[in-house]
Design a protein around this ligand. Structure first.
Ligand SMILES: [Zn+2]
Ligand SMILES: [Zn+2]
Length: 344
């Protein structure tokens, strides 16, 4: 009687031979029988919970370049904060570098740039940290996780990852890697757009910056729009609770265009938009924005059965209702300075 091993059907001559069991590998340079137990040895994070979690994931890993690892903090150099007030992101250079298969052999790209992130709600508690990791990896579909690390001076746990990159998205002029979406680099663009402007109000600035952290493309960036960037403002509706205007936005909405086949960040100038005010303080203003997001998302969830909605709610909303949200953002300070607003 012939007994087939569990991964018999995955084994192929083209993947090379496993040096331990001498069978064909199940994927290039990776034997699903021998490698998971092998890679579970010879390292520790210093915490059993984290070690077990990494080992559990490894048993499900089917490729060499997909398995995650414990990365000692001293292998990460040149760490710089790039964004975030809650979940803080840093860029860093990983000395050992990401794994890749090169001509059927295991290899790495040493000294490559990666992103680190702490979770606001689980900086030093490993169990909460792992819960956050699960959530993040499931919902952030543009995230390629490499592993975890811990800052020994603060005990903060961090994930180490990069965003999925594609040559069709063009090259990022800042880090010189392919972009993560059309003309947009998820490492370099969010921190860049969060600088060099202010609404004059810290709460509003923070709200917009939090949205920036979740933006994954140039088109879905919301921004603070100085009031003098609007012209031809006309009153179109006046309800009990809010007032609407029509206006021409001089800079216009963001879009991606092509320059010599390379996608570039661009705009559609003199774009007609709607402005809307909410009564009350700026705190009410932000509350109103959130409330409308929830109602809107429920509607979308019902009509499209989208499962990613709750985690990524603001991003999704902005993607679908880009202009609307940009305009809500503009309304608070500037329009309420007008007294009464319809005299514009
Ligand atoms: Zn083997
Ligand atoms: Zn970049």
């Amino acid at each position: 009687m012939i007994v087939f091993d569990e991964f018999y059907h995955e084994r192929s001559f083209n993947n090379g031979e496993c040096d331990q069991c001498k069978s064909n590998n199940t994927s290039p340079a990776w034997c699903q029988t021998c490698d998971p137990p092998r890679t579970a040895q010879g390292w520790t994070s210093g915490n059993n919970g984290i070690d077990n979690y990494i080992k559990k994931i490894r048993y499900k890993t089917i490729k060499y370049d997909e398995f995650i690892e414990w990365i000692p903090f001293n292998r990460l150099k040149n760490i710089q904060k790039i964004s975030g007030d809650l979940n803080i992101k840093f860029s860093a250079v990983w000395e050992d570098g990401i794994r890749l298969i090169f001509v059927n052999n295991r290899s790495r790209i040493p000294r490559c740039k990666v992103t680190l992130m702490t979770f606001f709600s689980s900086q030093i508690n490993y169990a909460d940290f792992l819960k956050n990791v699960e959530e993040y990896v499931q919902t952030a579909n543009n995230c390629k996780l490499f592993g975890f690390t811990q800052n020994p001076s603060t005990n903060e746990y961090m994930i180490v990852f990069d965003y999925v990159r594609n040559s069709l998205n063009g090259l990022c002029s800042r880090c010189n890697r392919y972009n993560t979406s059309l003309a947009w680099c998820q490492t370099c663009d969010p921190p860049r757009i969060s600088q060099g402007w202010t609404s004059g109000n810290k709460d509003i600035d923070d709200y917009i910056k939090r949205c920036h952290l979740k933006a994954t493309s140039h088109e879905e960036v919301i921004e603070w729009i100085p009031f003098n960037k609007f012209k031809n403002i006309q009153l179109i509706s006046e309800g009990n609770l809010d007032i609407g205007f029509l206006a021409v936005w001089i800079d216009g909405k963001r879009l991606v265009s092509k320059n010599d086949k390379e996608p570039i960040q661009s705009r559609m100038p003199s774009y007609t938009v709607t402005l809307k005010t909410f009564p009350g303080s700026h705190f009410d203003f932000l509350k109103n924005v959130s409330l409308k997001l929830v109602v809107f998302l429920k509607y979308i969830a019902l009509s499209h059965s989208l499962s990613i909605i709750y985690y990524n709610s603001i991003t999704l909303f902005l993607r679908l209702k880009n202009i609307y949200c940009q305009l809500i953002i503009v309304s608070y300070l500037e329009l309420h300075k007008m007294n009464p607003p319809m005299n514009i």
